[in-house]
Design a protein around this ligand. Structure first.
Ligand code: ATP
Ligand code: LTN
Length: 345
């Protein structure tokens, strides 16, 4: 493979465009995380050079139990692989194993305005939800996210549409830095799927499905057993009109149609036709069955991988080395640009 120079940083990436994304180890992944993000990542590995991070630094913006966090972070990394990401082709790693994330975040924080950060809707939502712990990390969370993305000279960032605002801020910070110091960072583009970008809560379908929802019936977790999945769909909040139509006025049914369509690979209109005249009870069972079949192979693969400690450890080690290598290239360049003294070797 030939080294490729990208903004002065050497990338041995065969000229492919670079993709970066991450997920927080704050809970077990939901169907929303899968359909809105992870499932789409799997299709990108041949065309792009991909980095997928378990963003454990971000996770501590909300108080975590240490043993639980460690366990969840490992489960998340294992789920990335179980969902089909080949760890030989995709660099799957823990954010906390690459200290450049935190170092670049500090520097970028000095190029980000308080006003910009206070406009972030995720901050407002999380501050309201955790009113007893509105810490500075929660506020500067998007700066760390910008550092994640910019460290790898990423071209594209596949995320659900809740992250669009953070992506725009990342672009602003990168542009601001480049306008002072020259072309240091690649300006990333969001990569948001048309369908599935926002899977909604089964209990409050006007709110996104989230892995930290207090009501476990609101979310389908990727490791839920078939009975639990079926029970949650049967209890899903809908309306009393009993017609299966994809409409903004029927958020519960709209969400179920979308989940069914994405799980089976069918189009929205095809689904409407298939269930024309069918009652909600029967439809909910069909959605449950479709999701159970969708998740079955992933769950089986997860159980196998979980037992293979040496294999997962090997991936963690090798990929952390790769990620450190590329991240440090950008970090050293940034440090030089802002005027930090050269390292004596
Ligand atoms: P938390 O509950 O801790 O806020 P979360 O479930 O929102 O977490 P994240 O770790 O913040 O999940 O997000 C991981 C990825 O999943 C992101 O790309 C995000 O855009 C996507 N995502 C999260 N929730 C949904 C959803 N309901 N529908 C579609 N995509 C989603
Ligand atoms: N903020 C994101 C998680 C995240 C991320 C990233 C996504 C952290 N760093 C870099 C894409 C690229 C979230 O809450 N879903």
């Amino acid at each position: 493979m030939l080294p490729v120079k990208k903004n002065g940083c050497e990338f041995m990436l065969d000229g492919k465009k670079i993709i970066f994304s991450g997920m927080q180890a704050t809970g077990t992944l939901t169907l929303g995380n899968y359909l809105g993000a992870l499932k789409n990542w799997v299709q990108l590995e041949n065309e792009y050079e991909c980095f997928y991070c378990v963003v454990d630094l971000h996770s501590i913006t909300v108080r975590q139990d240490p043993a639980e966090l460690r366990k969840r972070a490992r489960a998340l990394l294992t789920l990335y692989i179980a969902a089909g990401l080949n760890p030989e082709k995709n660099c799957i790693y823990y954010q906390s194993h690459v200290s450049a994330h935190a170092e670049l975040s500090w520097i970028l924080g000095c190029f980000t305005y308080m006003g910009e950060l206070s406009r972030m809707t995720q901050f407002k939502d999380k501050a309201a939800k955790h009113s007893g712990n509105i810490n500075a990390g929660l506020f500067t969370y998007p700066v760390l996210m910008a550092a994640d993305i910019l460290l790898f000279q990423s071209d594209l960032v596949p995320v659900g549409d809740d992250q669009k605002q953070h992506l725009e801020l990342t672009r602003d910070i990168a542009g601001r830095f480049n306008s002072i110091y020259g072309d240091v960072f690649t300006i990333p583009e969001p990569y948001i799927a048309k369908q599935g970008a926002r899977i909604m809560s089964l209990q409050e379908p006007t709110k996104k499905m989230s892995k930290t929802d207090e009501n476990p019936n609101a979310s389908i977790y990727l490791l839920d057993d078939p009975d639990t999945i079926m029970r949650k769909f049967k209890r899903a909040v809908t309306d009393s009109d009993n017609r299966i139509i994809y409409s903004d006025e029927k958020p519960g049914i709209k969400n179920l149609i979308e989940i069914y369509a994405l799980s089976t690979g069918k189009g929205i209109e095809e689904v409407e036709k298939e269930f024309d005249g069918v009652g909600y009870g029967e439809f909910k069972m069909a959605v449950g069955e479709a999701v159970i079949s969708l998740l079955k192979p992933l769950q089986e693969r997860f159980r196998e991988l979980e037992k293979d400690k040496a294999y997962i450890d090997g991936i963690i080690k090798a990929n952390a080395e790769k990620a450190n290598y590329y991240a440090n290239k950008t970090l050293r360049k940034v440090q030089k640009k802002v005027g930090f003294p050269e390292r004596i070797r």
